[in-house]
Design a protein around this ligand. Sequence first.
Ligand code: SAM
Length: 314
Amino acid sequence: MTENSPPSEPKPSIEETVHRPVLFDEVLEILSPKEGGIYFDGTLGGGGHSLAIADRVGPEGLVIATDRDAAALDRVEARLAKEKSPGRGTVRMAQSDYADFPEVLEALHVGEVDGFLLDLGLSSDQLADQTRGFSFNAEGDLDLRFDATEGVPAWQLLRRWPAEKIADVIYRYGEERYSRRIAREIVKRRESAPLRKAAELADICRRVIPRTPGRGRERIDPATRTFQALRIAVNDELGALERFLKRAPRYLKPGGIIAIISFHSLEDRIVKNAFRDTPGLDVLTNKPIEADAREKEENPRARSAKLRAAARPL
Ligand SMILES: C[S@@+](CC[C@H](N)C(=O)[O-])C[C@H]1O[C@@H](n2cnc3c(N)ncnc32)[C@H](O)[C@@H]1O
């Protein structure tokens, strides 16, 4: 269902996913899920990767998947109920931070897994939801939380934080060179009418950041880096990744694999260094695997995707 659907069409209670998994074949090739295996997908999203793994492990296999976003779990649950796939392994889902996976495994009496997958960042379903603040032009509140029941929405932080803190976050997590200008504008504005909507922040970024000539469609929206930075801060995305990387190797079976898709240099660097520096892990990707030209053309999200993997030796 898209916003172009005719108004007369009945709206299903749970919308189908619009998320297209990136590096789909590459993930399956590197994880090579085996019959009867147990796999943990920390970022369920629309379920594209999880269900493909479940199809490969067969009826004796198990996929355990988490997402912080309850809407993702509801969507995949509806999808599982609708799709009859007799050869598919069991899929168990939990609303959780993936960094808390040991508790999820323990609840299912699982000690070790054959593989971990993380496909970081946000999904196209979250971007399409006009109420969550991920989409720049949305009239919804600038929330940006993956789990809307935990933590503090971005618009509240922008009312509390001093200008220096706002600028630091936008600079550090967005690598935005105009971070100070943006922060100054947010603070100036909040004296009369503090911002609350996603579209208001996007408007500030577009007004404050000087236009530079770019190469047509490759030019990104001036709000991109600021939204990315706030999203990373609101969800403590780098903290979760670091916690996961510290804990995951101990839960791998011999021969087990960790595969991680990241979408910006901060994440990629953390993954690369952790794989290199963790004793007992063999790096499988000296260079990250990227999407081919066709996938990049067809799916803009794939343009910045980088897949890295490491294995526990047999
Ligand atoms: C790029 S999407 C995953 C798409 C999925 N691989 C697919 O094929 O549909 C990323 C998902 O990870 C979730 N997420 C991000 N950080 C998380 C965390 N720390 N713990 C659990 N889920 C997280 C987001 O809510 C989002 O649904």
